[in-house]
Design a protein around this ligand. Sequence first.
Ligand SMILES: [Zn+2]
Length: 253
Amino acid sequence: MIDTHCHIDFEDYDNDREDVIKRAQEKLDAVIVSGISEQSNQSVLDLSNKYKGFIYPTFGYHPVSSQNCSEDELNGAHKHLISNIKDIAAIGEVGMDFFYVKDKALRERQREIFTSFLEIADEYKVPILMHVRDCEKKAVNIIENYDNIPYFVFHCFSGSLKTARRIMDKDNCYMSFSTMLCYSKQHQDLIENLDLDYILTETDSPYLAMTKEERNEPVNVVNALNKISEIKKIDLNTVDEITTSNARKIFKI
Ligand SMILES: [Zn+2]
């Protein structure tokens, strides 16, 4: 089992990060930790160096928290990314979030920042891990312009079944499902109709726990796998085997 997207570099874990990772090591094969800013990219890299072979880093620039960045900041993040490109499993999370952002100019800025990272992924042939909300169709239209990006992952996919089918029509495009599967009817309906060959699992820790007050952690990815197994009536081992091998292939881990 692999948690393909979480943020255990966040300060939420400052008091017990080692215990959280220890619990993950007992059950999981690997954990992918995603940066959201230049600073968090560095902490994610440091963490992966401390837990080599178990924690893998991705370098990102979160669409909402980074949309007001200056050109200098964006260039700095690009440079930092390129200088570490050999040590990362993917570029992400990057993308567009139209759920939180309604303003046209800001949405356009998100698109610009997103495409700037797609250009780098295309040039260096690195997979892209995307945060896309309420604009999944637009994102699919955009990524179709990049032929050299080996794999695309929609983290915590919440789009329509129609867009999901379009994603499954490509052979290098995946959707990741989180612990939200345990309580979100929309996600349960989606997974019922999707082919496991295009599915990954994640927690997005510290977010998306069973209750809003709770802090999520990577080992809980087992709950997402259990739910997939229950909904699709496929035994847990098979779900685990397929989703884990999808993740290993994409992130080369
Ligand atoms: Zn995230």
